[in-house]
Write a new protein. Structure first.
Length: 156
């Protein structure tokens, strides 16, 4: 097995990142009946790669991108203790590399970037029933904070 390295994503990675985004959508569909059919774009990745308040990281093994994730600095709600935090998204690892600490390495790189910008808190969202993802984030040091609930009024 090749060593895993993490680097800043570039425009040359866009096609792979967009493919990973669709893999995330496919993985999330069983947990979210409200997602529309067909391809979904959660993010404008090309634009995000150009922004100063976003760090997009990719993990490579043997010259191939095997995972990704980003941190986006956001203003916090005015009632919170912190002024701003980083939102993590598009956290993805190719299935054959899950269990190889790829996610942890990406999160570590994003933590370093956040700290270099005086951001002291990171947040992310995961479906409560997506237990492998929840376990992976807890292993990386995240803890559960809020459960979002919904009710479909058309099903009554």
């Amino acid at each position: 097995m090749h060593p895993i390295t993490v680097r800043k994503a570039t425009g040359a990675d866009l096609e792979t990142l967009e493919r990973f985004e669709q893999a995330v959508v496919s993985a999330e569909r069983p947990f979210d009946p409200t997602l529309g059919e067909g391809p979904i774009r959660y993010y404008d990745i090309a634009h995000m790669l150009e922004r100063d308040d976003v760090e997009f990281a990719v993990a490579e093994s043997g010259g191939k991108i095997v995972g990704c994730g980003f941190a986006r600095i956001e203003a916090a709600k005015p009632y919170l203790k912190h002024r701003r935090h980083a939102y993590l998204g598009l956290m993805y690892v190719e299935p054959q590399h899950r269990g190889d600490a790829v996610n942890g390495r990406i999160i570590d790189a994003l933590k370093r970037w956040c700290r270099s910008r005086d951001v002291a808190e990171m947040r992310l969202e995961a479906y409560a029933d997506n237990l492998p993802a929840v376990r992976a984030y807890e292993k990386a040091g995240f803890s559960k904070l809020v459960i979002e609930m919904r009710m479909n009024l058309n099903d009554e």
